[in-house]
Design a protein around this ligand. Structure first.
Ligand code: ADP
Ligand code: ADP
Length: 225
């Protein structure tokens, strides 16, 4: 787990700034939600923290360590996108355990952790299936499990539920909330869904044209438009 901080971060594309002078601290274990209309810079902000996008100015800190020059693979953050991107030829169990296997974790530990995370996410009965034998909601649970199984310092989610139908979205949202309460991994979550923002956010950040427009608890933000 980790504190994530941005200090005066900007990212330009040519003359336009996708994000401009963003300063923001997400406390250890906090669930932070980023909202704002399409194009306001949510994905860019998330991608700079993940190291998938370089910053043009400013600093990003993970646990007070400046990580601007640290490649994505060394930042120890996990990111989940709206398309699940599972390995199609692997079973659910193999998908879940992949990151641990890459880190040369021993088989017994992998099996145990796969089982534990699958139980937390309600997919323990699906471990031997392939992704295409799963519903969208089940696939996204596998993607969440795969990202979180190695207990990253921070968990970054870019509209992870937006491809799901209403009922699955609600179920998976509740699942995510429970998982966060259980694991307390520092989480930054992008959505344009107000219900998701209200239910999940401990800290809510409203972006507008690349800048922070409002920041606070969901109650503070939605009661002071
Ligand atoms: P959001 O996730 O809130 O929809 P983005 O972070 O994707 O917003 O985009 C913020 C702004 O930056 C938009 O105006 C978008 O067009 C621009 N942008 C994002 N990525 C690029 C890129 N690779 N090249 C040029 N402009 C980009
Ligand atoms: P989202 O809907 O998730 O915000 P977008 O459709 O805005 O995603 O962007 C998808 C990808 O295209 C991102 O990697 C983003 O950086 C890139 N992108 C967005 N806008 C532009 C742009 N104007 N020029 C080039 N790439 C862009």
């Amino acid at each position: 787990m980790a504190k994530v901080a941005l200090k005066d971060v900007s990212r330009y594309y040519g003359n336009t700034s996708a994000i401009a002078d963003i300063s923001l601290t997400i406390e250890d274990g906090q669930f932070c939600v980023l909202v704002g209309r399409s194009g306001c810079g949510k994905s860019t902000l998330l991608r700079t923290i993940a190291g998938l996008e370089a910053v043009s100015q400013g600093s990003i800190y993970i646990n007070d360590r400046r990580v601007n020059d640290l490649p994505a693979r060394n930042r120890d953050v996990a990111m989940v996108f709206q398309n699940y991107a599972l390995y199609p030829h692997f079973t659910v169990a193999e998908n879940l355990g992949f990151g641990l296997k890459m880190r040369k974790t021993d088989k017994k530990t992998i099996n145990q952790q796969v089982k534990t995370i699958a139980q937390s996410l309600g997919i323990a009965h699906l471990l031997q299936r392939k992704p295409k034998q799963l519903s969208g909601g089940q696939q996204q649970r596998v993607a969440l499990g795969r990202a979180i199984i190695r207990q990253p310092q921070a968990f970054l989610l870019d509209e992870p539920l937006s491809n799901l139908d209403t009922q699955l979205r609600e179920e998976t949202r509740a699942e995510l909330k429970r998982l966060h309460q259980e694991l307390k991994i520092t989480t930054i979550y992008v959505t344009h869904d107000q219900v998701e923002a209200m239910t999940l956010a401990e800290k809510l950040v409203v972006l507008d044209e690349g800048k922070i427009q409002q920041i606070g608890s969901p109650e503070e933000v939605y009661n002071n438009p």
